[in-house]
Design a protein around this ligand. Sequence first.
Ligand SMILES: [Zn+2]
Length: 409
Amino acid sequence: MTGVTGVTGVTGARWLTNTHVVDVLTGEVLRDRSVRIEDGLIAEIRAALPPGADAHDLGGRHLLPGLISCHTHLSVVFPFEDTREDESPALTAFRAAQRAEDALRAGITTLRCVHEQNRIDLVLRDAARRGWIRAPRIFGAGRALSTPHGHGEGADCAYATGADGFRRAALGELAAGADHLKIFINSGLAREGEDFEHAEMSDEEIAATVRAAHEHDAYVVAHSGESRAIRQALAQGVRSFEHAYALDDDTARLLADREAFVTPTLCVTNSADWMRENRFGEASIANAQNAIEPHRESFRRAVAAGVQLVNGTDIPPADLVEGVPAAVYEMFLMARGGLDNLRVLQSVSTTAAGLVRAADWLGRVAPGFTADLVAVDGDPVRDISAMGRLSFVMQGGRVVRDDFTVSTR
Ligand SMILES: [Zn+2]
């Protein structure tokens, strides 16, 4: 798509220069490079800038693929009790669009949404494609499918019971344009008195949802708390598991063997101050605090088993937590939890691109890939804290943000 306002449609050639290119597959850093951007794509990476080239000087910053964050809800209301299921879609859109733009400016050039009120992810995705709003590329679930009194109750989900009910609900979201389907196989942590141990769906309900997804070349994402429900859903063909607060070694190995993905959302149990700022009740905060240890242990098991791990926050990804955007804070938590820096970087680039089935065009700084790029001060392969010094964002070949533009050579 082309057009002056189309974020994905920048035409003509331009160079980024004076930058160190990070290869997130290998961890290799190509020093002092120039990168030619053409028609929204990375066309060429070379050492010398051709004379007279139209160049944007990155001032020696490190260049990485734009961040791909895989678990959020742009429309969410805090505290959850204030959600109104009959809210006007227009109002939902204004709230979500602001968060989407904030995410893009924070360097999140691609976002996977996993339940939105009024299917607002699908609306924003289409508005962004037309160039009407600035937003990350969105892969959306529309509304999650939930049992009537399950974890999704009160959040404007598509409510269903039985295999036929889930099939109908699944086909409804797919017809509306969902890229994937979201289900809740366990309860959660969000509400007072809730725990993540309860299974919420039968084998038949999960299987019917997976079948509907596969018929439409889509896949199923499951909100999941503990190992038993994860094994149940894995057996039915679910591919993407969220949270995994209590994962045992056997289930971690099974997830790795089946090449499934886990979005650990460590932010959820490690953001007490943010929760207080957003008016969560003390009981919800205590729920999250009580899950810190099992969550941390589960993450360690997933790392040891070699599970494919992706970045996701639940929290709106540009919201500041401990002074950095939540998506960056999640990277820091992963690194503290024992994931090496390169795999942390892959969790928000190549691995995430694999999850959203875009690994051949998103998530790397390499010729032929989409020119979704960020630049940071320092080498994050050596020191992940460099991700907290992100100051340049390009999406589809268009500069979204540069905090210190330096003159061209
Ligand atoms: Zn969530």
